[in-house]
Design a protein around this ligand. Structure first.
Ligand code: ATP
Ligand code: MG
Length: 422
């Protein structure tokens, strides 16, 4: 019988890979906690209407990327393609939004039926941040600074650039849309097929087109910044002045629009040139209208989501994963001679008690060529024990090819502590 395989575009994260995931997740958690954000865990499945109403009926996601199915009750459900809509739904449902200032984060798998390729999968993972109840540009700046701090911690700051734009108010955007449609309608013969289709449904997305001919047409198209309302203009200049003061560099990209309908005012992306076409590792912006659109009271909001797979690819390409992260243990412990299983198990636990954080893996099984086996484990420290003549434990520690023989247990602890903190 043919073996059953995983679904295309949905990946297993193997034991060799998961330490890298944990390293990234832990680094993100440390940064988030430094800014006082709290975690919100949402279900993976929501009512289909939630995404239709928030992301927008004529976006790529809703038109062709959602995993939608009927449950046994005949209700239309969807595997979440992103986290913002669920986060708003959850926060609103539990009364966390009205008249409150909130800072949330979430993480987990998202699902989109896209063509799988490097950096683009059907099940992928995001870590996202959403803030509510804060209308001024200081919070836009905070979420950007937070992401910049994360890049700094990961060693990525030189490999990503920040692109910024303002989409203006809904009214300003509607005026701009009309001007753009008028301009492009007169040049339909030069547009690619996707852009033609979007001319009626979602014209702003045409700005995002990668088609060379369409790009030529766009070069002389009206620009959004000429249509910005006064409030959006001052919001944007407030934001850029905070970023300037904080020493965060950015590029203003007047064609930056997002694939989801709910954004207004600030939008931003962190992009890298090291991942080919899948170069956006983090994207977000302000969505002041969404809470109301989903039935709540008007609540300003700003957030972003980062693509975990893409960040991991980037860390790997740039060789930025610390050695310690790649190996799940610091010390490999084995007996040198038979009949000491119990001593080894108990010694390992005493070492764990005495050296907090020490990761010990014990050798179980045959002892043939044990020294080579232990060293081949890759552990930075290897400890082989036997019984001395007076029935106490006696150990040899190998660290960076240097042996230290005949150590008492107290000496083992001392030596391992030295190696561990080195
Ligand atoms: P793209 O333009 O690359 O399709 P998007 O605008 O659809 O991205 P968002 O919905 O803003 O992406 O999601 C935020 C981030 O999640 C992206 O910047 C990216 O890093 C990641 N992401 C989005 N879709 C996928 C996917 N199919 N596979 C892996 N990562 C993804
Ligand atoms: Mg996409």
């Amino acid at each position: 019988m043919a073996k059953i395989k995983a679904i295309r575009g949905m990946n297993d994260i193997l034991p060799e890979q998961s330490p890298v995931w944990q390293y990234l997740e832990n680094t993100v958690k440390d940064v988030l906690s430094a800014y006082g954000y709290s975690e919100l865990r949402m279900p993976i499945v929501e009512q289909t209407s939630l995404f239709k109403r928030s992301i927008g009926e004529v976006t790529d996601i809703v038109e062709k990327e959602m995993y939608t199915f009927e449950d046994r009750n005949g209700d239309s459900l969807t595997l979440r393609p992103e986290g913002t809509a669920s986060c708003v739904r959850a926060a609103e449902e539990h009364g966390l939004l009205f008249n409150q200032m909130q800072r949330f984060w979430y993480q987990g798998p998202m699902f989109r039926y896209e063509r799988p390729q490097k950096g683009r999968y059907r099940q992928f993972h995001q870590i996202g941040v959403e803030t509510f109840g804060m209308a001024n540009a200081d919070i836009d700046a905070e979420v950007i600074l937070l992401s910049a701090r994360l890049w700094k911690h990961l060693g990525l700051l030189d490999s990503v650039t920040l692109q910024l734009n303002s989409l203006g108010s809904n009214e300003a955007r509607a005026d701009y849309k009309a001007a753009l449609v008028e301009y492009l309608s007169a040049r339909k013969d030069q547009l690619d097929e996707d852009s033609l289709r979007r001319l009626d449904s979602n014209p702003l997305r045409i700005l995002d087109s990668k088609d060379p001919d369409t790009q030529v047409v766009l070069n002389d198209a009206p620009v959004l910044s000429d249509y910005l309302d006064e409030e959006s203009r001052s919001h944007f200049s407030e934001l850029t002045s905070i970023l300037d003061a904080a020493g965060i560099s950015y590029e203003i990209n007047p064609r930056l629009v997002r694939g989801l309908d709910y954004y207004c005012k600030t939008v931003f992306e962190w992009v890298t040139d090291k991942l080919g076409a899948q170069g956006t590792v983090c994207a977000g912006g302000r969505y002041d209208g969404l809470v109301q659109q989903l039935g709540g009271r008007a609540t300003p909001a700003v957030g972003f989501a980062m693509g975990v797979e893409r960040l991991i690819l980037l860390l790997e390409i740039l060789d930025l994963i610390p050695d310690k992260v790649k190996l799940p243990f610091d010390l490999y412990l084995s007996a040198e001679v038979k009949g000491m299983q119990s001593e080894v198990v108990l010694l390992a636990d005493r070492l764990r008690d005495q050296i907090p954080g020490l990761r010990v893996r014990i050798h179980c099984g045959g002892l043939k060529n044990i020294k080579q086996k232990a060293q081949q484990s890759g552990a930075p420290v290897v400890l082989l024990v036997k019984q001395s003549e007076n029935r106490t434990l006696c150990g040899t520690i190998w660290h960076q090819d240097e042996p230290a023989f005949d150590l008492s247990e107290a000496q083992m602890v001392e030596k391992i502590t030295d190696c561990y903190s080195a």
